[in-house]
Design a binder for this molecule. Structure first.
Ligand code: XMP
Length: 532
């Protein structure tokens, strides 16, 4: 008789620890563009992580990166308090790309010389490539790059040669191909640098020899392994599903990982857009077979908004109600000790203060309108290491409804911050109809692809109009149509005249209560995208 080996059994039951993908380490030296560099590298199918200089060595040891990128930064290498990069990074035997400040620091650390300069070179610059290999594999002749620097490299470190020069910058790009060390004075990550993507691809593939295996299938596989190792074979997870792309993709991955042990809660707060609840119900319950609880709490939310006109008071009321309602529902799942959230990588990156210093700050973030800290549950965040574009790519890979993947951002407080002034069921209904017309017309015309958001706002302004023989005195609706890359800044967009005409006439003809449509032509800053 063979006696079972209990430790072998335990090993087979214990979830496999998720393997870290081989990736690049990005050392943030206070760069404006650190996240952009990371996104570009991820676009090369390569995992990467951003860390502040103070944590770079520890992270490099833990991660064993295939290459290191030292970002730019606002400081001068000579300035007091300039970011201190651990020099040991240059002794790990892995390629290093220094961008702007990163190049200057590397030059100095390896025995070259950087000269401070009172003048800044800023904007488009033409460079002449002198070495078409390594970082410049397949790139020769002249090309346009984006410069933004004061100091520059005047003496190369031993072993380095010049790869490109501009009229004002003799060493616009340098490299020591034997060690895989390269430096560029310009910014390859911004679109203004014509062949920037090629340069970064060259670093990733030619110089670092990465396999390019950070692809949707491996990302999902890794996320699932991680969920298994966090929640174990019996753990149950509750997830607040808002219908936005983040919580939706998180739900689909969690569902793939743990099936019916995932319980999604969708709170209908009465402040949703037309058809929103139905899309969530059909997608998750009918199509995916997810255990979905839809809580109809519209009356409670809207009741509590009676007489409230201050935007912050509205937000507080809605946020408070959400927490109460969600907590009430979540506690029904007694066996669920885990709380799923759609937190993304940009929300958790340790950021370095822009003006010197190395103290890392961790941004705090709560998804889905802010969940209470005292909910005694362990977080499961399957998107925690992903950028938004990766989340969308995974959503598509998993077959999630395109209406959810391509959804424009929608604020947690919903239509309440677009009904300027008091929120009433009647005003919400009017706005919901007008907004639906804006959305369907913009999307039918295919104009949405280049837009960040396009929606209607109901103003607390009534004006005189005429309909048939009747004089009317009704509300005004504003069209808010903006482009943006991250919502931090935004430009107003003028849609084609015919499309605007159609939207305006449909709203005034079909929506009872609106007799005037105006166009918001304000950018952010100084305005905000939402009106409240
Ligand atoms: P603002 O109005 O500040 O909006 O220019 C920038 C982006 O954020 C969205 N937004 C919110 N999202 N809760 C959210 O989840 C909110 O309270 C909120 N307020 C604004 C807005 O739609 C835009 O995309």
């Amino acid at each position: 008789m063979t006696v079972p080996d209990p430790s072998a059994q335990a090993r087979s039951i214990a979830p496999a620890a998720p393997e870290r993908p081989k990736g690049l380490l990005i050392v943030d030296l206070g760069a404006q563009y650190a996240q952009l560099i990371a996104r570009r590298i991820r676009e090369c199918g390569t995992w990467c992580e951003i860390v502040p200089a103070a944590r770079a060595l520890e992270a490099a040891r833990a991660m064993a990166p295939g290459g290191i990128v030292l970002t730019g930064g606002p400081a001068s290498v000579y300035a007091e308090g300039a970011p201190v990069v651990p020099p040991e990074l240059l002794g790990l035997g892995v390629p290093v790309l220094g961008i702007c400040y990163g190049m200057q620091w590397m030059t100095q650390a390896l025995g070259g010389r950087v000269r401070g300069s009172g003048e800044r070179e800023f904007g488009h610059t033409s460079i002449a490539v002198t070495e078409s290999n390594g970082l410049f594999h397949g790139i020769d002749g002249r090309t346009v790059v984006w410069m933004s620097h004061g100091d520059k490299v005047v003496t190369l470190p031993p072993g380095f040669k010049t790869y490109a020069r501009s009229e004002t910058c003799e060493h616009a790009a340098i490299g020591d191909p034997a060690r895989g060390f390269f430096g560029v004075q310009f910014h390859p990550e911004v679109t203004h640098t014509a062949r920037g993507v090629e340069l970064l691809r060259n670093f990733v593939f030619q110089v670092c020899g990465m396999p390019g295996d950070w692809q949707p299938d491996s990302i999902v596989e890794q996320a699932i392994q991680k969920i298994h190792s966090t929640v174990g074979p019996h753990g149950e997870v509750v997830l607040g599903l808002s219908g936005g792309v983040d919580s939706s993709v998180a739900a689909v991955i969690l569902h793939r990982a743990i099936g019916e042990r995932l319980h999604c809660i969708f709170v209908d707060n009465g402040l949703l857009r037309k058809g929103e609840r139905e899309v969530v119900e059909t997608t998750f319950r009918d199509q995916w077979g997810v255990d979905l609880t839809v809580v109809d709490a519209a009356e409670r939310f809207v009741d509590h908004l009676k007489g409230v006109t201050d935007p912050e008071a509205k937000r507080r009321s809605i946020g408070g109600d959400f927490v109460e309602v969600f907590r009430g529902e979540a506690t029904r799942f007694r066996a669920a000790h885990f709380l799923g959230q759609g937190t993304l990588y940009p929300d958790v990156i340790e950021s370095v203060p822009v003006h010197g210093g190395n103290t890392a700050m961790i941004k705090s973030h709560h998804n889905v309108g802010g969940l209470p800290d005292d909910m005694d549950m362990q977080l499961v965040e399957p998107l925690r290491e992903l950028f938004k574009d990766e989340v969308r790519a995974i959503g598509r890979f998993l077959g999630l409804d395109e209406r959810i993947i391509a959804r424009q951002p929608f604020p947690g407080p919903g239509l309440a911050v677009r009904v300027v002034g008091e929120v009433t069921p009647e005003r919400l209904a009017v706005l919901r109809e007008a907004d639906h017309i804006v959305t369907t017309e913009v999307e039918a015309a295919g104009a949405h692809a280049s837009l960040w958001q396009y929606f209607a706002v109901l103003l607390p302004v009534q004006s005189v109009g005429v309909m048939g023989d009747q004089r009317t005195y009704e509300s005004t609706c504003a069209l808010r149509i903006v482009s943006s890359s991250d919502g931090m800044t935004a430009d107003w967009v003028y849609l084609e005249h015919e499309l605007l005409r159609r939207i305006s006439s449909r709203i005034t003809a079909e929506v009872r209560g609106i007799n005037r449509v105006v166009l918001d032509i304000s950018s952010k800053p100084p305005s905000t995208i939402e009106w409240e």
